[in-house]
Each structure stands twice: as structure tokens, then as C-alpha cells.
Design a binder for this molecule. Structure first.
Ligand code: URE
Length: 658
């Protein structure tokens, strides 16, 4: 573990209290919610379809919330603050716009395609298996599980580093205790449980971000206004100019380091979205007509989190480094502290003392646990359906499938914690892992997307694309590290240029090989084959109360009506052609706006933010976080209002299934 060399702000007991106490609280809550779900709705957590796909019935507000939550890693908060500390305002902007929001927009295209071309699948790997057979399937399973191991262990690495820095809690205890509660509530409630925890956790994260934003920009005595922040950043630019930024300033988007980071992020984010079953699972869980809306709304809402958080705490860390209250004063942070993601922690503790530390601890814990729950249920589905059911027991009963799902959740909890311990023990930091993961998995990005979207991609093109991309990514990474820095060390392999070369080589080689080989000898795949995956599963789960409709609970009648609408769409996938076009147009236009239209004019003109412009930037960040809170907090309640009314009546008339 990278040493922080700073005395913890909070007692060790607070660390254990948060990690064990909140985990325990959510397990009890989930037990209660699962009981309510099994009693008052037709979706029973005891069926494998509900456990792994939430019966494909989730509405867009909750899908958006689930996407935000799965994509809000510890690193989202910590790394965006790190790049704010290193590159100024371009850091949080690039991490968001260039780095990560655009992949969520792009994924909306895959979300609608999955509804059209394989509406009853459980995992994207089932599509690979049906289209290309076992060898390709096994290769893609390796890429998918590598993605999940890297992401999940990185979540724990970042989360535990901050818990340890703030409370002095033993880092290995934190690494194992954080996923324990999450495993318990995911086993209890399955995918729908993770959506409900996503909802509560995401709202808490957003509220705490607003707490930090209001404090920093309206009342904190060390900063207290955008104008004061602007002054302090201008002073920091003179004292510690940033190499590669216009005039060394923290107040510009013209940042060479920020730009490089952005490009790495685009490549790496494509891998960690497109190859993570968690995002496919959200598309699979969505109602067919609203999948696109869920992802576009999710992308917009997610943008607010690192933008708001890092433009507050990351910039505050820059602004306050020269303040005697800053933990490292009179020195700037060491590179180890920066790479461990501690600028947000130091910023929060300087601004708000113990309150800031507790608020940050809770935010981090919420981010880590909700994204971990997405990882656990995603991997469990892959191991259950793509390994156990496909290769070990094809005739497995639903009871056996759900039993295996439970075991796999716990097993992956141990695996992710073990990997996080390994990274700690061998001195791999959050920053290193964040930059390197994309180059390992990037080769499979386009072959995976084309499997569902392009009838011409051949089996050999998919295989060669993945393996060629992997080889190119590793080769470019190591050669660049050796040639540019003269040695192969953790520092040189974690450098910007080496990871940039590796990430770009991985993703682009996968694309070029797949397209070239497919053009030479194209496939002509018939999507009817993948549409038949799991065709024997009822698109509309049979209500447990088999009596006539008038005797069914009002909640169940509502669910039946929605399920019938969805089944009609599944039978007529051409009805989603409009959604597909919409996803294509929105993802292209929004990507262009975020990656080029907004930042590039300011990059090329080397614009330095004036006080007034910076104020506007801050106001936009406030508006964006409020919008995200509305989308994730209010929309899911609004769109289920009929259900809540019906449930209220049922509970008070004591009418349940049992
Ligand atoms: N989820 C990310 N890439 O912050």
C-alpha cells in the first residue's frame, strides 16, 4: 500500500463503523425490500430470471440511476480530483466529456440492438456463443472477466486507500470488509436489489457533492466564492506552474497532460463499458422501448458527478496546497499521494475538518459499494450462464442456476478483494491501474460491439481482432515505456505516453483487424439465430397468483399490462428501428459536442478562464448536479407512481400474495 504519511483525521472506529455498519444496514434493508417484492409483486427474487435480469421490466429512470451508479467508481471521484490537481480545470472536464460520458451515450446503440437482436439473452457472451461458437466464446469470457477483475479490484483499491488515509483503518481489513455487506445484499435481492441500492447510493453521492459545492463556492472561510477560487488558482499557477498548460495555468483547457489523459480515457472507457457485463445487464433489464432513454439520461447524469466533485474538491486541493491547514503543508503532495487519489481527501479535510472527512468517507463508500454490487451480479451472471450452464450443466434447473448465482457472487467478492490486496502488496496504485486497464482489454471493444451490430463480422475477424488488439496494446505500451524512459518499471509503464500508446494501439488494432478481415471474407449473419436465444423463456413471467385477473393484486395487474406491451415489441423488433436511429444520432451528436465542440476552440485558442467565465463554469456545474439529482432521484419515483399507489392500498388493506 502506498504510504500516505499523514495522520488520519478520524478515529479508526469510524472507518470500521462506516464499512461494517452501513453494509449491515443495507443488508437488513434489502432483506425487507425483497420480502416486500416477493409479497406484493409478481417478480420473485427466488426465480433465476428475476435474480439475473430483473425480469426485463425496469423503467428508464432506474436504468439511468443504475448506469450512473455502476459507472461511479471510487476512481471517478478520486482520479478526477487527481487530474484536477495535476492539470487544473481541464482535468475534470476531460475525465468526464472525453473520458467517460461518451461511452455511455454510445452504449445506447448497443442497448437497443440487444433488444432487437437477442431480447431474451442473459449476458452479451451468450450472443457471442450463439453466433461464433465455443472458441470465440471462451476468448470473450476471458476479456470480460479480466475487465471485471480489473475494475472491481480497482474500486476496492481506491476505496480502501481513502478509508485508510482518513481513519487509519487497516487497509486489508477495509478491502475484505467493504464487499462483505455488498455480497450479502446482492445475494438477498439479485439485480433488482442492486438497482434499488443504486438509487439510494447515487442520491446520497449527489447530495454530498452538493454539500461540498455549496460549502466551497458560497461559504467556506478558506475559499467561499468562485472569485476567491479563481484568485487562489491563479496564485497556484504562479507558484507551481503546470508543464504543458498555457502559461502554466490551472485555469485553462489548453493542457497537454489533460488532453493525453482524455484520449487514454476514451479508449480505456470503451473497454470498461463495452466489455463489462454490468452495462449489458442494465440494457437487458430495461423495458425495450426505454433502453435508449435510460442510457442517454444516465450519461448526462453521470457527467455531473466527476464534473461537480472534482471541480470542487480537486481544485480546492490545488487552491489550498499553500495554506498551513493543508495536510502536506509546507510541501505539495508527493507523487505517491497524488497517484493514490488523495487530493480529494486532503481537500475535504482542509475545508471542513472532520465533517469533510466523514462526508467524503460516506460518498466514497456509497460509490464503491454500488459499483461493486453491479460487478458482483454481472460476474455472477457470466459464470452462471456462460460457464456453468453452457459448459458444465446445460440442463441445470432454475433452482440450480440461482444457487450457483449466489455462490458466484460470494466467490467473486473474494476474488476482487484478493486482487486489491495483491495490487496493494506489490505497490500498484489506483492511477497506474486506471491508465493501464484499457490497453489490456481494448482489443475486444469493436469485435464485441460488431458481434451484435454488424452482420458481416466473421468469426475469424472477431478472434483476430481481440487477440491482435491485445498483442498490439501490450507491445506498444512496453516498447514506448522502454524507448521513452529507458527502463521498464512501475513508473515508466504507468506514464502518460506509454499508456496512451498502449490504449490507442489496443482499441484501434482490434477495429482495423476486425474490419479488414471481415471485408476480405464477410459473414452474412441472420439475426433470427440470436433472437432465438432462450426463446423458450416466457417474455412475460407468469404471475404467481394464477387465479383470474380480477383476483390479482393491483400491483401485479399493472406489471402484467406493462409486460404484455413489452412482449409485443420483442415479437416485432422492427418497432425499435426508430429507437436505433435516435440512439445513433444522439450518441454521435452528443459525443461531437462534448469531445470537440466545447473543448477544442478553447484548447486551440489557449483561452485562460477569466473570473466571469469561471463563475459561469461553476454555475453550470451546479445546474448539472441538480439536473442529475432530479433525473436519478425524482424520475424513478414519478414513473412508478401508479405502482406506489396500488402498493399503498394493498399494504393498508393487508392484501398480499401469501
Ligand atoms: N468510471 C470512470 N471511468 O470513472
Amino acid at each position: 500500500m502506498a504510504s500516505t504519511d499523514i495522520a488520519p483525521v478520524l478515529p479508526e472506529g469510524v472507518g470500521y463503523g462506516v464499512v461494517v455498519g452501513i453494509g449491515f444496514f443495507f443488508t437488513i434493508l434489502m432483506g425487507f425490500i425483497s420480502w416486500g417484492q416477493n409479497t406484493y409483486t409478481k417478480y420473485s427474487t427466488k426465480t433465476s430470471e428475476e435474480f439475473n435480469t430483473a425480469s426485463r421490466s425496469v423503467k428508464p429512470g432506474l436504468i439511468a440511476c443504475g448506469v450512473v451508479s455502476a459507472w461511479t467508481w471510487a476512481a471517478t471521484l478520486l482520479q478526477s480530483s487527481t487530474v484536477a490537481y495535476e492539470y487544473g480545470i481541464s482535468g475534470p472536464f476531460w475525465v468526464n466529456a472525453a473520458g467517460a460520458t461518451v461511452q455511455i451515450f454510445m452504449f445506447s446503440v448497443l442497448a437497443v440492438k440487444v433488444k432487437q437482436n437477442a431480447p431474451m439473452c442473459h449476458t452479451f457472451l451468450e450472443i457471442v456463443y450463439r453466433r461464433y461458437g465455443a472458441a470465440t466464446h471462451i476468448i470473450f469470457i476471458c476479456f470480460a472477466l479480466t475487465t471485471n477483475i480489473l475494475v472491481a479490484s480497482q474500486l476496492l483499491l481506491g476505496g480502501s486507500a481513502v478509508v485508510t488515509a482518513l481513519t487509519g483503518m487497516n487497509v486489508y481489513a477495509a478491502v475484505f470488509l467493504i464487499p462483505t455487506g455488498v455480497c450479502a445484499y446482492v445475494v438477498l435481492g439479485g439485480l433488482r436489489a442492486t438497482f434499488l441500492c443504486d438509487y439510494s447510493h447515487t442520491i446520497i453521492v449527489m447530495i454530498v457533492i452538493l454539500y461540498f459545492m455549496f460549502d466551497v463556492y458560497t461559504r467556506n472561510e478558506l475559499i467561499g466564492s468562485p472569485t476567491r477560487m479563481h484568485e487562489l488558482l491563479a496564485r497556484a499557477s504562479e507558484l507551481r506552474p503546470v508543464a504543458g498548460n498555457t502559461n502554466g495555468s490551472y485555469l485553462t483547457l489548453k493542457s497537454n497532460g489533460g488532453l493525453i489523459f482524455g484520449v487514454i480515457q476514451i479508449c480505456s472507457g470503451m473497454g470498461t463499458v463495452f466489455l463489462d457485463q454490468g452495462y449489458w445487464q442494465r440494457a437487458i433489464a430495461s423495458r425495450p422501448r426505454t433502453a435508449v432513454r435510460g442510457y442517454i439520461l444516465g450519461g448526462f447524469s453521470w457527467f455531473a458527478i466527476p464534473f461537480g466533485f472534482a471541480s470542487t474538491l480537486g481544485l480546492a486541493a490545488v487552491a489550498l496546497t499553500d495554506n498551513p491547514a493543508y495536510p502536506t503543508y509546507p510541501n505539495p503532495m508527493t507523487s505517491t499521494q497524488v497517484s493514490s487519489g488523495l487530493s480529494a481527501a486532503f481537500g475535504a479535510a482542509t475545508l471542513l475538518g472532520k465533517n469533510g472527512a466523514v462526508a467524503l468517507l460516506i460518498t466514497l463508500f456509497m460509490a464503491v459499494t454500488s459499483s461493486s454490487s453491479a460487478q458482483l451480479i454481472a460476474v455472477s451472471s457470466v459464470l452462471t450462464f456462460d460457464v456453468y450452464k453452457t459448459y458444465i450443466k446445460p440442463e441445470a434447473t432454475p433452482e440450480q442456476l440461482i444457487f450457483v448465482s449466489h455462490i458466484m457472487i460470494c466467490a467473486f467478492g473474494v476474488v476482487m478483494a484478493t486482487f486489491a490486496c495483491i495490487w496493494n502488496a506489490i505497490g500498484i496504485s489506483l492511477g497506474w491501474l486506471f491508465l493501464v486497464m484499457g490497453l489490456i482489454i481494448g482489443g475486444a471493444v469493436f469485435p464485441a460491439a460488431f458481434t451484435l451490430c454488424w452482420r458481416k463480422q466473421s468469426r475469424i475477424a472477431a478472434i483476430l481482432g481481440c487477440l491482435g488488439g491485445l498483442a498490439a496494446g501490450l507491445t506498444a505500451w512496453l516498447i514506448e515505456a522502454k524507448v521513452y524512459y529507458g527502463e521498464l518499471t512501475v513508473a515508466s509503464t504507468g506514464s502518460s505516453y506509454a499508456t496512451l500508446a498502449g490504449n490507442m494501439a489496443g482499441v484501434l488494432t482490434g477495429l482495423i483487424i476486425s474490419v479488414t478481415v471481415s471485408m476480405i471474407k464477410p459473414d452474412n449473419f441472420d439475426w433470427a439465430i440470436t433472437r432465438s436465444i432462450n426463446a423458450t423463456i416466457d417474455a412475460v413471467p407468469t404471475p404467481p397468483m394464477t387465479s383470474n385477473a380480477s383476483e390479482r393484486l393491483p400491483t401485479v395487474q399493472l406489471e402484467d399490462a406493462e409486460a404484455l406491451e413489452d412482449e409485443l415489441i420483442i415479437r416485432h423488433p422492427e418497432r425499435l428501428n426508430g429507437d436505433f436511429k435516435l440512439a445513433l444520432i444522439l450518441s454521435t451528436v452528443l459525443t461531437f459536442i462534448m469531445v470537440f465542440l466545447v473543448p477544442m476552440p478553447m484548447f486551440f485558442t489557449q483561452y485562460l478562464f477569466s473570473d466571469g467565465f469561471f463563475k459561469g463554469w461553476v454555475v453550470i456545474s451546479f445546474i448539472w448536479v441538480f439536473f442529475a439529482l432530479g433525473a436519478c432521484g425524482l424520475l424513478p419515483v414519478w414513473e412508478t407512481r401508479e405502482f406506489w399507489k396500488a402498493l399503498f392500498k394493498e399494504v393498508f388493506s393487508k392484501k398480499g400474495k401469501a
